[in-house]
Design a binder for this molecule. Structure first.
Ligand code: PHE
Length: 497
């Protein structure tokens, strides 16, 4: 190639032929076809120098076994030739040539030979026809010489079945001169530099065209944790349904707002250190709306608003204890109290999604904290039916179309219902939330009008996220063992149960 690059040699050839297949180029330049393909591709980067069209050529080739047949003759013909005019004992014949068994049965089925079983001394083989030629051999030779047209379809199929020949797909490129055909490649400029403008060389230079299809370098952007993606999906649903987000920025609550305001008695096991994290410093809160606090105390200890209460000695000390909030329903309680202080009652729809803390035994699906999703609707005369309707709508937007409700118990709701959704992926009912109608013992001390009812529900953010991502250990989703790749790879959230 006398010092020219392969690209230039290829260009010279194309210049000679006008249009040529890459296989012909490979043969003419005596280089590997793959190298020619590489050269063609790199020439294409220089613009319209050549026109290239991919081709799929199917070609019949003789296999290694087929090549042996070309060298030694076909098995059936060797058998045929080994049969003398006077015939030969079958057992003797089978010893005389290699691959005798295949050859024998082929020669029989081609009626080249015949067997007389009644002969003295055993079965004898005779030629069936005289002056036969080795057709298998000549067909294979024809294929090897590229004269596939001389070989019939049927024969090709048989040679393929006998693994003597095979059809191979050869990918090549048909190359023609392009509009900017040249024998000398000049790398187009990729940048217009200040230098080129100053010395005027930009006028004569060729510039590389913009490739609008090129994928840009992936930006080194941050990635949202899957929980945050699922969070924004929930948030979007609440916003679509006209809900307003509650301020959940304070993780520490007094027991008063976390429990007492919710008509949760002071002896309730959830208020034990086994279930709740108590704060040491500051251990207590002291500022409460005093009149409201008195009404809460009364409803717990004596009853009221048609309720007989719990009838125990309600203590301010217990209500003052600071805790890490065990549910965002503490925030709902504050919000409903604020609502009740408005001059005129206006219906509201509130939601929140934030962290809550429980002193749980840690296991594969539980940590001591989780994110709670909470929805609250306050309006005159809302009913359990409204709650079921809102839940249907809420979960429908999440892609859960079948719901079931199971009676449950919460100190602050009556009736209370656990919510189950049919997960079509897991093909089973999974518990997806807790809900209820807030009790008068909770709402009336706040000062809400008698005909105002409040329906509410809560669920964890982690559970549907784990189901969605097929994660069965919470530690793969939250904490230091999280695989960052999982965070990078997890798709934009579309809840699809
Ligand atoms: N606070 C409840 C929980 O922690 C959820 C809930 C909210 C239930 C509102 C009923 C009404 O599970």
């Amino acid at each position: 190639m006398n010092g020219d690059s392969l690209q230039e040699c290829v260009l010279k050839q194309i210049g000679k032929y006008e249009a040529v297949d890459s296989n012909v180029l490979a043969a003419a330049l005596e280089v590997d076809h793959q190298a020619i393909v590489g050269a063609i591709k790199s020439i294409q980067c220089f613009g319209d120098v050549i026109k290239v069209e991919p081709r799929n050529n199917k070609k019949w080739c003789v296999t290694d076994e087929g090549k042996l047949v070309i060298k030694n003759g076909s098995y059936e013909y060797n058998i045929y030739q080994a049969v003398p005019t006077e015939g030969i004992l079958q057992s003797e014949l089978l010893q005389k040539v290699s691959n005798a068994k295949i050859g024998f049965s082929k020669a029989m089925s081609n009626k080249m030979i015949k067997v007389d079983k009644k002969c003295e001394g055993g079965a004898r083989v005779f030629r069936n026809q005289e002056d036969l030629k080795d057709e298998t051999w000549s067909n294979l030779v024809a294929l090897q010489n590229g004269n596939v047209g001389q070989v019939g379809e049927k024969v090709l199929a048989e040679l393929k079945k006998r693994k003597l020949a095979q059809e191979v797909v050869n990918k090549s490129f048909f190359v023609e001169k392009g509009e900017a055909f040249t024998l000398k490649l000049e790398k187009p400029e990729t940048d217009l530099t200040a230098q080129m403008i100053q010395d005027g060389s930009w006028k004569t230079k060729t510039f590389k065209e913009y490739n609008y299809n090129a994928l840009g370098a992936p930006p080194a952007a941050g990635h949202l944790h899957p929980l945050m993606k699922v969070r924004s999906a929930y948030r979007q649903i609440f916003l679509e349904m006209g809900f307003t987000e509650m301020p959940t920025n304070s993780f520490v609550e007094s027991s008063f707002w976390n429990f007492d305001a919710l008509f949760q008695p002071q002896q309730h096991p959830a208020r034990d250190a086994h279930d709740t994290f108590f704060i040491n410093d500051p251990a207590i809160s002291t500022k409460f709306p005093q009149e409201y606090l008195e009404r809460v105390k009364t409803v717990h200890s004596k009853g009221g608003f048609g309720s007989q209460g719990y009838r125990y000695d309600w203590k301010i000390d217990e209500a003052q204890k600071n805790v890490l909030r065990t549910h965002t329903t503490a925030v709902s309680a504050r919000m409903l109290y604020n609502l009740a202080q408005q001059k005129e009652f206006k219906p509201v729809k509130y939601f929140s999604i934030d962290r809550v803390f429980r002193n749980e035994t840690l296991d594969a699906t539980h940590l001591a904290e989780f994110q709670q999703v909470e929805g609250v609707v306050a309006d005159r005369s809302v009913t359990l039916g409204d709650l079921m309707g809102v839940l249907h709508e809420f979960f429908r937007k999440l892609g859960v179309h079948q719901l079931r409700f199971k009676p449950a118990y919460n100190p602050y709701t009556e009736p209370s219902m656990e919510v189950f959704g049919y997960h079509s992926g897991l093909k089973k009912w999974v518990e997806i939330g807790n809900s209820g109608v807030f009790r008068p013992e909770m709402l009336r001390p706040m000062g809400l009008p008698e005909d105002v009812n409040v329906i509410a529900w809560g669920l964890s953010l982690e559970r549907p996220t784990m189901i969605k991502l097929g994660i069965d250990n919470i530690r793969d989703l939250v904490g230091h063992k999280v695989d960052l790749q999982m965070v990078y790879d997890s798709p934009i959230c579309q809840m699809d149960f």
